[in-house]
Design a protein around this ligand. Structure first.
Ligand SMILES: Cc1ncc(COP(=O)(O)O)c(C=O)c1O
Length: 366
């Protein structure tokens, strides 16, 4: 039997009745763009994260973009970004005309390496964006200390970490602003696009609400150039339902991860290390494999689907050619991108499927 990398249809079947009925409600109420369903979800999401404010937008990328504007990042500024992340983290910096400064990752967690940040700071640096990559919080204490010492903003990219914890506290309020994606595959995924920012700062929340709605408080009056980055009512209604399941789904993700962590015993495979202060929600289960192509073929032969997160680190993307990075500049991230491979992990997997994957992985290289 084939094991897909992800099966969103399987999850939908488990909540179909309630999802179908809330979509119907939005249609009946005609609350399509912004409106009461968005406000309700924002309230519940802020409560879940433990933040004073949550502002719903139309994607995680928009959340990051608006966060940059709210913090006043602009042309000529520099923002520290991990080289090992999904590219949207860096896009936000570029959108406001600032320069992303890429920092290498650690060998064991593949997260931004705090020891390598300070060398990359100068008088132009205004902020650090930390990414809770693959569901696991980065070294918040160290990164926050650097940000404080140098008077920099800290933005948390929580796109892959809804409900993850650091020192037993949910991520999303450690920095000045946190940005979430509700892309369908995420731990909390919409049935379309969606995103949110969370913050404890009233001014930032107010400004992001204003900007997402064409920079308008009074209809057809615009004080500056704004954006249409509002959240859809249908997506908000869906997310509000799914939020109630998030802890249950995250628990199941952890169970699946545990089976992998105890069941995979192969010297050609390395798993992401789990520092003591972090509680991952396993957005994806990434490993590194010696001879990755051969490993992926081996799994494919046994009908197990795999993916690569991510094959090219940000600093070597063509889009950032003009920044002048060369191969070998950030060796750990580059090494990782050559060897990483993601195996299936989602709440609806059966133990039998997970154990079968462990067995097939353990047979690799025999
Ligand atoms: C780390 C990270 N940042 C930002 C984003 C952007 O989110 P979105 O796809 O909702 O724009 C994503 C997800 O796609 C992500 O994984």
């Amino acid at each position: 039997m084939k094991i897909p990398f992800l099966d969103l249809k399987k999850q939908y079947r488990t909540i179909k009745k309630v999802i179908d009925s809330v979509i119907q409600n939005v249609l009946i109420d005609g609350a399509f763009s912004g409106g009461p369903y968005v406000e309700k979800f924002e309230k519940n999401f802020a409560k879940y994260i433990g933040a004073k404010y949550a502002v719903g937008v139309n994607s995680g990328t928009s959340a990051l973009h608006l966060a940059m504007i709210a913090l006043g990042i602009k042309e000529g500024d520099e923002v520290v970004v991990p080289a090992n992340t999904f590219i949207a983290t860096a896009w936000a910096v570029s959108y406001v005309g600032a320069k992303p400064v890429f920092v290498d990752c650690k060998r064991d967690t593949w997260q931004i390496d705090p020891a390598k940040i300070e060398k990359r700071l100068n008088e132009k640096t205004k902020a650090i964006i930390g990414v809770h990559l693959f569901g696991q919080p980065f070294d918040i204490d160290q990164v926050l200390a650097i940000a404080k010492n140098h008077g920099l903003f800290l933005v948390e990219d929580c796109a892959q970490a809804h409900g993850a914890k650091y020192r037993r506290k949910t991520v999303g309020t450690f920095g000045d602003i946190a940005c979430f994606s509700f892309y369908p595959s995420k731990n909390l995924g919409a049935y379309g696009e969606g995103g949110a920012v969370t913050t404890n700062n009233f001014e930032y929340a107010k400004r992001i609400k204003f900007l997402r709605n064409h920079a308008s408080v009074k209809k057809y009056e615009h004080e500056e150039v704004g954006f249409n980055m509002r959240m859809d009512g249908i997506q908000a209604a869906i997310l509000d339902v799914k939020l109630k399941y998030l802890n249950r789904w995250n628990r199941r993700r952890k169970e699946v991860a545990r089976i992998y962590q105890t069941g995979i015993k192969n010297r050609l495979i390395i798993m992401q290390s789990q520092p003591i202060l972090t509680e991952s929600v396993y957005y994806v289960f990434v490993i590194t494999a010696v001879r990755r192509e051969e490993f992926m073929q081996h799994l494919k032969k046994h009908k197990i689907e795999t993916k690569i997160h991510y094959p090219i680190p940000c600093h070597l993307q063509k889009a950032y050619r003009h920044l002048g990075y060369r191969k070998g500049d950030l060796p750990v991230a580059e090494d990782f991108s050559r060897n990483c491979v993601s195996i299936p992990l989602y709440p609806e997997m059966t133990n039998q499927e997970v154990k079968r994957i462990c067995r097939i992985i353990n047979e690799y290289g025999d």
